[in-house]
Design a protein around this ligand. Structure first.
Ligand SMILES: Nc1nc2c(c(=O)[nH]1)N[C@H]1C(S)=C(S)[C@@H](COP(=O)(O)O)O[C@H]1N2
Ligand SMILES: [Mo]
Length: 414
């Protein structure tokens, strides 16, 4: 089959489906028609700096700047899919097997799963590579001087109400042998995307989801079932889930080895293995890069989240981090979920740098770029090398710089 041809058809269809959403966007992206924006909502990768590997994958970014509240409309959920086609799975035939270090290997049909006790929980899913240093200040065709809009820097994060069966229920049915300490989960897509997970996390709050915002999962999100691993990096949430094997040690699956480790020069090229939980993170989604300010009242709005639990507060600075004021939290605050914050402001027409910083219920505070860089054993100057180093698990405070002419640019690495 001609996979290029079918990809193109798919992108064309999805562009058409999203055109309505883009046209409704409030703050205009400078110098772009609604149609050009729609194209941008669904095109694949923005220019990447320092990409070191090449594998088949399809990416969609969530337009974080274009919706209100905390739930990402399902059709706008980001997608990070390591294959060039979606698997075509017949839900009536699909089975989930649990095997390995268990008393009774089991195989569940969708009907079996839906008969079991269920939970519905609001959680974010965020790609480990979201907010990558490579996407900051990458040149945008729309905003050559302003960098990419927030969608293409931070849009590999979305938040949904997921429904399904707790992994603890399924594992207890199968009966765990005491040597079992880890799981390997495998998807039904072409590359058999696999990931390991410590058993303790699986038993704590993970579940096998079949529902997304009340509907069945979308094909992009792993129809008919996927793992939800609350607060942990994206790849743990294995889509098209087919097999769960209980094992006695972590496996370095292909994806974990190739894509999810960063080698550190200061550690003699050794990698930092196994990133798990997202730290506290927030960002102002509006006004943000590529938008245009008008003088007078403006509501600053954004999202905050943490892999450790609930957001306890969000502070906003409009003077480049010199002073901070607490923002208003709007709407429900769920654990390991996007949380909406708002902040009333008046822009007087002066140059300003705006940013947000969140604190989670464990007291952990979102780091500045300088703090995060130090924590990683790097130097700020490293980011200014020609090939900006690769980094995953990026949760640094995001500054947006407002110029006197009202244009807004990404000030993360200036
Ligand atoms: N089967 C399968 N599961 C997968 C992937 C994949 O390519 N195939 N991608 C992983 C990665 S890297 C991420 S970030 C999340 C993205 O979930 P989403 O595509 O629903 O946004 O799914 C994870 N689960
Ligand atoms: Mo990812």
């Amino acid at each position: 089959m001609d996979s290029k041809g079918s990809d193109r058809r798919r992108f064309l269809t999805q562009t058409a489906a999203l055109a309505g959403v883009a046209a409704g966007a409030g703050l205009a992206v400078k110098g772009s028609s609604a149609q050009a924006q729609a194209q941008q909502h669904v095109h694949t990768e923005p220019p990447r700096r320092g990409a070191r590997y090449s594998i088949d994958h399809m990416t969609h970014y969530t337009p974080l700047q274009d919706y209100a509240g905390i739930i990402t409309p399902a059709r706008l959920h980001f997608m990070q899919q390591h294959s060039s086609e979606f698997p075509e799975i017949d839900a009536d035939q699909h089975r989930l097997t649990i095997h390995g270090l268990v008393d009774r290997p089991l195989s569940f049909s969708m009907e079996d799963l839906k008969r079991l006790p269920s939970v519905s929980r609001v959680h974010f899913v965020e790609c480990h590579a979201n907010s990558s240093p490579a996407s900051h200040n990458a040149q945008s065709s729309q905003n050559p001087n302003l960098g990419l809009p927030v969608q293409y820097i931070h849009g590999m994060a979305s938040c949904s109400e997921w429904s399904g069966v707790p992994l603890s229920v399924l594992l207890n049915e199968a009966g765990l042998k005491k040597e079992g300490t880890w799981l390997v989960m495998e998807g039904g897509d072409a590359g058999k995307f696999s990931h390991t997970l410590p058993l303790a996390k699986a038993l704590d709050d993970c579940f096998v989801a079949y529902g997304q915002n009340g509907d069945p999962l979308r094909v992009e999100q792993g129809y008919p079932i996927r793992a939800i691993v609350p607060g942990w990096e994206g790849p743990h949430n294995v889509k098209y889930l087919k097999h769960i094997k209980v094992v006695d040690q972590p496996y370095n699956t292909w994806n974990e080895s190739m894509n999810h480790s960063v080698s550190r020069p200061d550690l003699g090229g050794k990698a930092r293995w196994y990133h798990f939980q997202w730290g506290p993170k927030s960002l102002i989604t509006r006004p943000s890069g590529g938008m245009e300010m008008r003088k007078g009242y403006v509501q600053i709005t954004g999202l905050a989240w943490s892999g450790a639990g609930r957001v306890s507060k969000v502070d906003v600075s409009v003077d480049g981090g010199k002073t901070w004021k607490e923002a208003k939290i709007d709407g429900p605050v769920h654990s390991k979920a996007h949380t909406r914050f708002n902040f009333d402001w008046e822009w007087t027409g002066q140059e300003a740098t705006i940013m947000s910083r969140t604190t989670d219920e464990t007291g952990d505070v979102q780091p500045s770029l300088a703090e995060l860089t130090e924590h990683w054993g790097m130097k700020l100057a490293d980011w200014h090398e020609k090939e900006r180093p690769r980094a995953i698990h990026m949760n640094a405070i995001q500054p947006w710089k407002i110029a006197r002419d009202g244009s807004i640019s990404d000030a993360m690495f200036i």
